[in-house]
Design a protein around this ligand. Structure first.
Ligand SMILES: [Fe+2]
Length: 320
């Protein structure tokens, strides 16, 4: 059967890893300590150089960069989190990204890989591929659900590993969604139809709830949480009336509270990760990052895989 999904791609077979942190050269190697971190997330493009030859993009792994991450893999489980696939582009996804991932897969062990449920390239009238400049949300239509589901199934078969879709932050609701519920319905449809898992970014969800005026906790409850394999949290910033996914600081209190409530309701959760952009990591400082990771560890130990504390103070908090 062409679309049969390999057993290795099942999200239910993954181990409960715990707390993760992104690999970045801006953070000293000794920071990656097993007392603080249980797994490491790698953006594969950061291990590569990009060239354009005869109008064709190539993303080429750099052996020295790979060697550093291969040594990390001796101490930590690795997962990959890509940013250039553009899985929702109608003209086609990024073949250069896939060729790069083929090469990485041969030399680097990783448990799952993920990408954003969005698109960042379009084809112009001459068929030339253009960057949109920012990842855009997809319309919640049957055609989009079918197209992305088919691509997810293709990834599951190609790599025989779980593949996760991440809910993106977006700032132009009119581009895609009439209401907050549309984007989560689309995510549910694709996960159900394809067999892929979900990377639930609670800060992205919080951004959208804040900027587009819907209830964040209600949105979480509308998701099929049995599909959630990984959760991201991060910090943003208020700019021109928008809460942005700047990935520059500490996790806001409402996002911690969402995590407390969401974590025990995700039976297949394998990891939670604190995100900070590499440029901001030195400014935020290692001690602040350590504190955020310790807080994640505390919540993981308390809530992961099943412990629901319904005696909480949750209802009194305004997440909107
Ligand atoms: Fe994220």
């Amino acid at each position: 059967m062409v679309n049969a999904i390999h057993r290795g791609a099942a999200i239910t077979a993954l181990p409960a890893l715990g707390v993760g942190f992104s690999y970045m050269t801006e953070v000293p190697g000794e920071f990656y300590d097993t007392s603080l971190i249980d797994f490491v997330e790698v953006t594969p493009e950061t291990l590569c150089r990009e060239i354009h030859r005869a109008g064709k993009q190539q993303i080429i792994p750099v052996p020295e960069q790979l060697a550093v991450v291969q040594s990390l893999a001796e101490r930590f489980p690795l997962v990959l989190h890509g940013v250039q696939l553009s899985i929702g582009s109608v003209h086609g996804w990024n073949q250069a990204y896939l060729r790069m991932l083929d090469q990485i897969k041969r030399v680097l062990p990783f448990l799952w890989h993920s990408e954003h449920l969005s698109y960042q390239t379009i084809a112009d009238e001459q068929g030339h591929v253009r960057e949109t400049g920012i990842a855009l949300p997809l319309p919640a239509t049957r055609e989009v659900a079918n197209m992305v589901s088919q691509r997810c199934r293709s990834l599951l078969n190609r790599y025989d590993l779980p593949f996760l879709l991440e809910n993106p932050a977006h700032y132009f609701p009119a581009v895609a969604h009439e209401s907050g519920s549309d984007e989560f319905r689309l995510m549910n449809q694709i996960c159900d139809a394809s067999g892929c898992g979900m990377l639930l970014d609670l800060h992205n969800l919080y951004c959208n709830a804040y900027n587009h005026g819907f209830d964040a906790w209600q949105a979480v409850q509308s998701l099929n949480l049995s599909k959630v394999v990984e959760i991201h949290v991060s910090g943003g910033r208020l700019q021109d009336g928008y809460w942005t996914d700047a990935h520059e600081g500490r996790v806001p209190e409402p996002v911690w509270r969402l995590l407390e409530q969401t974590l025990p309701r995700c039976p297949n959760i394998a990891g939670v990760l604190f995100e900070v952009f590499p440029d901001y990591a030195p400014r935020l400082g290692l001690s602040a990052i350590r504190e955020e990771l310790s807080c994640l560890r505390h919540l993981w130990q308390r809530y992961a895989r099943g412990h629901i504390d319904d005696t909480d103070k949750f209802g009194a908090y305004d997440y909107g």
